[in-house]
Design a binder for this molecule. Structure first.
Ligand SMILES: Cc1cc2nc3c(=O)[nH]c(=O)nc-3n(C[C@H](O)[C@H](O)[C@H](O)COP(=O)(O)OP(=O)(O)OC[C@H]3O[C@@H](n4cnc5c(N)ncnc54)[C@H](O)[C@@H]3O)c2cc1C
Length: 298
C-alpha cells in the first residue's frame, strides 16, 4: 500500500485505485499514472479527503469529467480526486439540484424529459456539473450563469458555503470558483417549463450543429483557447496556416481549428508544444496573446 493511501484509506465512502492510468480518465486520452486516484461518493467524504490531504501536505486535484484537462506525462505524484461517483439529482418544481459529479449531458436530457427548459445549450458539452460551474461552460448562446441559482462550495479555509448567482462573478468561461479555488459540491439550476417537443427539437438542432462543426470523432479537450475579444481563436489559428498542423500525436483539427485532437498516442508534451507554437505564430501575425482555456494539470 502506498503512503498516500495509508493516510486517507479510512475516509468512508471513497473508492481508491493505486497507480491509476490517467489516459482513460480524460476526453483527450492523454497522461501518465496517478500514484492514487480517489472516487468519493458524497460531499462529506470529498471534503474529509481534501482536509486530510491538505494536512499531510499531499498534492491533489479535483477532476469532473476530464473534458477540459490535459494530465501530465509520467507520474502524477499525488492524489487525483474524481467526482464522477457523486451523482445525486433532486427536482423541486422548476429547480434541479445536482451533485458536482453529475454528467451535464445526462442532466440536460433528464430535464428535457420532464419538460424543464434552460439546459438545452449544454446537451453536447461533455462536462460534469462541478466542472461546468467552475468553467462557466456554455455554447449556442447559453451558459451556466444563465441558469445557475446557487451552489454549495467547499472553501480553501475549510468552510462550506452556499453562494448565489450574484456572488459568483461569472464571466466568459470564468467563475469565482476558479478564481478563488472553491470546490463545487453541488449546484441548483432554475429552469422553466416548456413543451417536451419544443425542448427536444432545440436539442436535436444543437446536436446536429455540433456534430457538423466539432471533431467529436477524435479524443480532445474541446476548444484550446478563449476567443480574443469578438474573434474566435480558430479564425486566428486558421489565418496563421495552422489547420491540420501536428506535433507528435497532437493535431490542430481539420474540422475545427480551435480544437487540438489526439490522432493517437499524443502526450501532454505534444499538446503543450503545439499550444505554445500556436500562441507564438498568432502573436507574430496578429499581435494577439491567445489565452489557453484547457488546463494542464501539473
Ligand atoms: C468535444 C468537446 C466539446 C466541448 N464543448 C464545449 C462547449 O461547447 N462549451 C464549453 O464551455 N466547453 C466545452 N468543452 C470543454 C469542457 O467540456 C468544459 O470546460 C467543461 O466545463 C469541463 O468540465 P469537466 O467536468 O470535464 O471538468 P474537468 O476537465 O474535469 O476539469 C476542468 C477544471 O475544473 C476543475 N473542476 C472540476 N470539477 C470541479 C469541482 N467539483 N470543483 C472545483 N473544480 C472542479 C478542475 O480542477 C479543472 O481545473 C468541450 C470539451 C470537449 C472534449
Amino acid at each position: 500500500m502506498n503512503s498516500y493511501l495509508s493516510l486517507v484509506k479510512d475516509v468512508e465512502n471513497v473508492t481508491f485505485i493505486e497507480n491509476d492510468d490517467l489516459k482513460s480518465r480524460s476526453t483527450a486520452h492523454v497522461g501518465g499514472t496517478a500514484i492514487l486516484s480517489a472516487f468519493p461518493r458524497n460531499a462529506n467524504s470529498l471534503c474529509k479527503l481534501i482536509e486530510k490531504l491538505k494536512k499531510g501536505n499531499i498534492k491533489h486535484c479535483v477532476i469532473g469529467n476530464g473534458s477540459n484537462v490535459i494530465f501530465p506525462d509520467g507520474i502524477y505524484d499525488g492524489v487525483v480526486i474524481f467526482t464522477k461517483k457523486m451523482k445525486e439529482v433532486v427536482f423541486d418544481g422548476d429547480f434541479v439540484t445536482a451533485d458536482c459529479g453529475v454528467n451535464l449531458i445526462y442532466l440536460s436530457a433528464i430535464c428535457a424529459q420532464r419538460g424543464l427548459s434552460g439546459l438545452e445549450f449544454s446537451c453536447g458539452i461533455p462536462a460534469s456539473v462541478g466542472g461546468a460551474v467552475y468553467m462557466n461552460a456554455g455554447a449556442h448562446g447559453g451558459c451556466i450563469s444563465d441558469v445557475f441559482e446557487n451552489g454549495k462550495f467547499y472553501l480553501p479555509d475549510g468552510r462550506i458555503e452556499t453562494l448565489d448567482n450574484s456572488e459568483m462573478t461569472f464571466s466568459f468561461r470564468k467563475s469565482r470558483a476558479a478564481a478563488e479555488k472553491f470546490i463545487v459540491l453541488s449546484a441548483t439550476f432554475k429552469l422553466k417549463k416548456d413543451e417536451i417537443s419544443n425542448i427536444n427539437s432545440r436539442i436535436e438542432r444543437i446536436k446536429k450543429v455540433r456534430a457538423e462543426s466539432q471533431p467529436i470523432e477524435f479524443p480532445s479537450a474541446g476548444s484550446v483557447f478563449l476567443p480574443s475579444g469578438d474573434t474566435p481563436a480558430w479564425k486566428l489559428i486558421d489565418g496563421a496556416g495552422l489547420r491540420g498542423y501536428s506535433v507528435g500525436g497532437a493535431m490542430v483539427s481539420d474540422k475545427h481549428a480551435g480544437f487540438i485532437i489526439n490522432t493517437g498516442g499524443a502526450t501532454a508534451s505534444d499538446y503543450s508544444t503545439l499550444t505554445e507554437l500556436i500562441k507564438e505564430k498568432v502573436k507574430n501575425i496578429y499581435s494577439v496573446d491567445l489565452q489557453t482555456e484547457i488546463i494542464f494539470i501539473k
